[in-house]
Ligand binder design. Structure first.
Ligand SMILES: C[S@@+](CC[C@H](N)C(=O)[O-])C[C@H]1O[C@@H](n2cnc3c(N)ncnc32)[C@H](O)[C@@H]1O
Ligand SMILES: [Zn+2]
Length: 371
């Protein structure tokens, strides 16, 4: 294996030499490494600096970059697990060369997570984390982190795969990335609730081709029941932009009050806040002192997430403008006009043309259509 040294944050490690072109995507290297996930890893490092877990399991290490960074940049007692022998050999070499105080384990992620508990557990597979969230929710004492790169199933583009993985019905619509994130959160909650545990999302986001969730795990039937109150459905009109929420275990059949069409339910999914405002504030506060490569992009993301309204869907205002046959004005102007009319309104981190607002469609239409 041809190796090359990489630095991320302040951590050095070796990765297989690879051609980063489309023809050779990151998964084709003998041990997986994707440079473009730096922002995903930077955010977890930043969050862990705020949370200070004592022990951390990188359950699917590959080169071990997450684990090495947790140990080196956050001072956490770290275990890196991996089932592939080539990856384990590289992990051992990286550990001996750069970061000696790491435990490397050659096992299946489900096995180690069923046998041992860690303060924070990180599940970072190819594709869907769904098969691992049962064992992860038992293994994670305080925090559970997971990445999903199966955005097509989560967001409704591959409907049947989404139903199989998440026992939920996704919805391919303007705000599909938010539906995907909420389906993953809802699934993580249902996996934890079986064991009388609840979740509190600390920082979750969807970006490019992945979804990332960071959860605080809570204990006891009461906390699990409380968390389950956030579970429900989004009912979307297939004919017009109307949508509504329903907090329930099973969805009702509902009709669109605007056009009379039968609404399509998506879910079960998480309807509560996807991040915790205080946690975002803490992350933003320490960000300037860090040496994270994606610092500038993270600053923007945190700022958008801090201001994002906690509604469960957003409008693509270009799509609304097209529906109502008007040319779209500047997004900041639309948001300002909504606010001037007494409504709440914000941008969203999911899409540059996304708007969240508590204004009814009739009011949004009036603002978009006035000159
Ligand atoms: C997407 S890569 C991990 C990337 C790494 N965390 C990073 O940030 O670069 C997924 C890794 O999980 C490993 N893997 C897949 N299934 C596994 C399992 N059941 N148990 C342990 N490792 C597994 C694969 O061999 C692969 O190295
Ligand atoms: Zn309708």
């Amino acid at each position: 294996m041809d190796l090359v040294e990489v630095t991320e944050g302040t951590t050095r490690f070796l990765v297989p030499k690879q051609d980063d072109t489309e023809k050779f995507p990151p998964g084709t290297a003998p041990v997986f490494f994707n440079r473009r996930m730096e922002i995903n890893r930077d955010i977890t490092v930043l969050l862990m600096k705020c949370l200070s877990p004592v022990t951390y399991l990188d359950a699917m290490g590959a080169t071990g970059v997450r684990g090495f960074r947790a140990a080196h940049e956050c001072g956490i007692e770290t275990t890196i697990n991996e089932k592939d022998s080539d990856a384990v050999a590289l992990l051992k070499y990286n550990s001996e060369t750069y970061c000696r105080n790491i435990e490397v384990v050659h096992s299946d992620a489900k096995v180690i997570m069923n046998e041992r508990r860690f303060d924070a557990v990180d599940v970072d597979p190819f594709g869907s984390p769904a098969p691992f969230l049962d064992s992860a929710s038992g293994s994670a004492k305080r925090f559970l982190f997971a990445t999903a790169t199966d955005t097509a199933p989560l967001c409704g583009a591959h409907l049947k795969a989404g139903i199989r993985r998440y026992a939920a019905r996704p919805l391919n619509t303007d705000y599909h990335s938010e539906v995907g994130l909420r389906i993953l959160l809802g699934y993580a909650l249902r996996e934890a609730a079986k064991y009388d545990r609840g979740i509190e999302p600390l920082f979750s986001f969807a970006r490019e081709h992945f979804v990332r969730i960071h959860l605080k795990m809570t204990n006891g039937a009461g906390r699990a029941d409380k968390a389950l109150e956030n579970l429900g459905y989004i009912h979307q009109c297939p004919k017009c932009p109307y949508r509504e929420e329903e907090h329930a275990v099973l969805p009702e059949r509902r009709t669109c009050p605007d056009c009379g069409a039968k609404l399509t339910p998506a879910g079960p999914l998480w309807l509560g806040a996807v991040s915790d405002t205080e946690t975002i504030r803490q992350m933003a506060e320490i960000l300037p002192e860090t040496e994270l490569g994606a610092k500038n992009r993270i600053e923007k993301l945190l700022d958008t997430c801090l201001n994002e309204l906690p509604t469960s869907t957003f409008y693509d205002y270009h799509r609304l403008a097209k529906t109502w046959r008007v040319s779209p004005k500047a997004i900041d102007l639309v948001i300002e006009e909504l606010k001037n009319s007494g409504w709440k309104a914000s941008r969203v981190h999911y899409a540059g043309t996304g708007i969240k607002t508590d204004a009814p469609l009739k009011e949004i239409k009036e603002i978009l259509c006035q000159g």
